[in-house]
Design a protein around this ligand. Structure first.
Ligand SMILES: C[S@@+](CC[C@H](N)C(=O)[O-])C[C@H]1O[C@@H](n2cnc3c(N)ncnc32)[C@H](O)[C@@H]1O
Length: 186
């Protein structure tokens, strides 16, 4: 784990624990988040249909994925231990990779989700690259959730609603210091 960033190391360690709880593996254990309800709201916001091909970037062990019913689900995460757990526990198609460098061709997915990950990114430049990758691989719509306006942790990258000009900006689902955004591409 030499040269690994602080958060990357945290998420790598997370997947090596003994728990089989997807919520715990994905870091929701100390929050008031109702992950099933969050998934329901995202499915509604993006109008995810049972025929849609969906990509979840920063999918973790599948805390959210377990509640997303769609035609085809693909996940990507930079924590190899969480990718392994996700495959073991949900048998989804999940790849190891960074949010700012997706291996997919343009417009591969109908809908693209990234929830609860942007505050772990190393800097704003990385976040811009990730947004442009989400836009590149999506055909119809994108949802980015749980963006922090402020945080009790100085290791969290913060965002401003003004950074999302042209996007639909919504309140966070369980934390008033967070917000969500979505973008329809057609
Ligand atoms: C709070 S968990 C959320 C997991 C999942 N989206 C959910 O809601 O259940 C954050 C996840 O983001 C992943 N992550 C953080 N930064 C990432 C990056 N730059 N590229 C890919 N994955 C990343 C972590 O490994 C972790 O699995």
């Amino acid at each position: 784990m030499e040269n690994m960033s602080y958060w990357k190391e945290v998420w790598e360690r997370k997947g090596n624990g003994n728990t089989k709880s997807l919520e715990e593996l994905d870091g929701y254990e100390d929050t008031s988040a109702d992950v099933k309800e969050i998934a329901r709201q995202i499915v509604k916001e993006l109008d995810i249909k049972e025929t849609d091909k969906v990509l979840e970037v920063a999918c973790g062990a599948g805390g959210l994925a377990q509640y997303i019913k769609c035609g085809e689900y693909v996940g990507v995460d930079y924590s190899s231990s969480l990718v392994k757990r996700h495959i073991e526990l949900l048998n989804n198609s999940v790849l190891h990779g960074e949010a700012n460098n997706l291996i997919f061709k343009d417009k591969t997915f109908d809908k693209v989700i990234c929830f609860g990950a942007f505050h772990y990114f190393p800097n704003q430049e990385y976040a811009k690259q990730a947004i442009s990758e989400l836009k590149r691989v999506a055909k119809e719509a994108i949802f980015i959730g749980d963006l922090p306006l402020s945080s009790h942790r100085d290791t969290h990258l913060l965002y401003d609603k003004k950074d999302f000009d042209g996007w639909k900006v919504m309140d966070g689902y369980y934390n008033p210091c967070r917000f969500n955004v979505s973008l329809k591409l057609r």
